[in-house]
Ligand binder design. Structure first.
Ligand code: GLU
Length: 487
């Protein structure tokens, strides 16, 4: 499919809640297309539903997009500010005969609906009953009676080549004459969207599948206004792992929730990009620039996408390992400071050491929180060995004592020059174990436990090197003093 030129796409959220993953996915796909092809990515806040739109949710949309790095071009458009144009366009359709005045009262409409229901017929407004003889209409107008403006759906078929689904066609006889302007002068969604998309010069409309049934109505309005049609593309729905439409039942669906759970923006972007698109082959992990380079409408998928939080965590782990350290550092630092493990100034004062620590921990972590948790023993002056692990060490106090004593001796004897030489340190510790007739693992495990308060950690020599000699020896000494039967 040849993309329109100029390429102007938009994201048009209704500010009635937080930015959820479905909206973020729509925003991302539009953004990727624009960034790849040098087009414009526009943002329009569809705030015409005054009762449901809030400033808080507009702010949440800005914040979510900013966090994801989805920057938009040109000023934000607020749909509510375009009311006069929406009205003018509706009146233009009235004047050109593409729409008509509807003076029907709500009670009358209800009565027609009930009639159809009683006859078990699908209800459709009967144009012949609504369009009044000229003189009757003129009298009502003169009397100031309120009226809506209804679009006069022509005969025929409305069809388009969808970027995702290929040809889609709707027989016009299935489309009811629909209201474009209410009697209070406010526009309906389909009308406001078309009026705005024309005014903004949008040439490609990419949005969720749930808008497919709106598209024929919108195309009819474009045609009646004599405007050029954009290309339409409808992205598949997002389901939970149980195959049902994604909802709160599936857990966090707001982008901000994932942000607060230690997911990196680049991982979130990568994960969202695969909800309804595939670069082909097995390729999954892509940093931002690679995504832009590879994004191609040919890879858009028709079938529903599955939102699997486990995959998001896995993806996050991949990004934690691959990103430049400068992108991993800020969220980890925020987590460390919030947990009270160290201050920002303390981390800044030994940045090289801190970066080495991050490099060591990030390859074993899936989330920022994992790194923060694992960083604790290296940042605090003292640690507490959890009760269950301590009980394991204390059960055979003599064996633990001899292992720790041997390890201590090896570390004390290790020359400064070898402190950061992992192979030399490991050889020294292995020799110490051998010297007391222990398998090396039987020495490493208690040492690891008293140094980190955990049975899992990076390699023991990395742990010791990161902690440094003083802190390592102090932790071994504290454990020796605490063992039952200590002198
Ligand atoms: N405001 C609509 C929504 O949030 C989107 C309209 C559109 O993309 O055409 O679903």
């Amino acid at each position: 499919m040849i993309l329109p030129s100029p390429l102007r796409v938009r994201f048009a959220p209704s500010p009635t809640g937080y930015l959820h993953v479905g909206g973020a996915r729509t925003a991302l796909f539009n953004w990727l297309l624009a960034r790849k092809h040098g087009g414009q990515f526009l943002l329009r806040i569809e705030d015409t539903d005054k009762a449901r739109s809030t400033d808080d949710s507009t702010r949440a949309i800005f914040e979510g997009m900013t966090w994801l790095g989805l920057d938009w071009d040109e000023d934000v458009v607020y749909q509510g500010a375009n009311l006069l144009r929406h009205q003018a366009d509706a009146y233009r359709l009235l004047e050109t005969g593409h729409a008509y005045r509807d003076f029907t009262s709500p009670a009358q409409l209800e009565a027609w609906r009930a009639e159809a229901e009683a006859a078990k017929l699908p209800f459709k407004v009967d144009r012949a009953k609504v369009i009044l003889p000229r003189d009757v209409e003129a009298a009502k107008l003169a009397a100031g009676e309120p009226f809506a403006i209804r679009f006069k759906v022509p005969d025929g078929t409305t069809e388009w080549m969808d970027l995702v689904h290929g040809r889609i066609a709707f027989p016009n006889k299935d489309i009811e004459d629909f209201v474009i302007l209410r009697s209070d002068g406010t526009p309906l969604y389909n009308h406001a969207v078309v009026s705005d998309d024309i005014a903004m010069g949008v040439t490609l409309v990419m949005r969720g599948d749930d808008h497919i049934s709106n598209t024929p109505k919108q195309i009819l309005i474009y045609e009646a206004l004599g405007a050029r049609l954009p290309v339409f593309g409808h992205l598949p729905m997002i389901h939970g792992t149980d195959g049902k439409k994604l909802s709160k039942r599936h857990g966090a669906t707001a982008v901000a929730d994932w942000q607060h759970q230690g997911i990196l923006p680049s991982a979130m972007v990568n994960f969202l990009a695969l909800l309804g698109w595939s670069p082909g082959g097995d390729l999954e992990v892509m940093l931002r620039d690679e995504l832009i380079g590879r994004f191609d409408p040919d890879g858009l998928l028709k079938k529903a996408a599955v939102f699997d939080p486990k995959k998001l965590e896995w993806m996050n782990g991949q990004h934690l390992s691959r990103l430049p350290i400068a992108e991993v550092e800020p969220p980890v630092t925020r987590g460390i400071v919030a947990a009270g493990f160290a201050s920002e100034a303390e981390l800044a004062a030994r940045r090289d050491w801190y970066h080495r620590l991050l490099d060591l921990l990030r390859v074993r972590a899936r989330t920022v929180d994992d790194i923060v948790r694992q960083a604790e023993p290296y940042l605090r002056a003292e640690i507490a060995v959890p009760d269950d692990l301590w009980a394991g060490l204390a059960k055979d106090a003599e064996a633990t004592r001899s292992a720790l004593t041997a390890a201590r001796g090896a570390l004390v004897a290790l020359p400064d020059a070898q402190w950061h030489d992992g192979a030399a340190m490991e050889a020294a510790l292995r020799a110490a174990a051998e010297g007391i007739g222990l398998a090396a693992g039987k020495l490493f495990t208690p040492l690891r436990t008293v140094l980190t308060g955990s049975k899992v950690s990076p390699g023991i020599t990395d742990v010791v090197a990161m902690l440094g000699r003083d802190r390592s020896l102090a932790r071994v000494d504290a454990a020796l003093a605490r063992l039952p039967g200590a002198p």
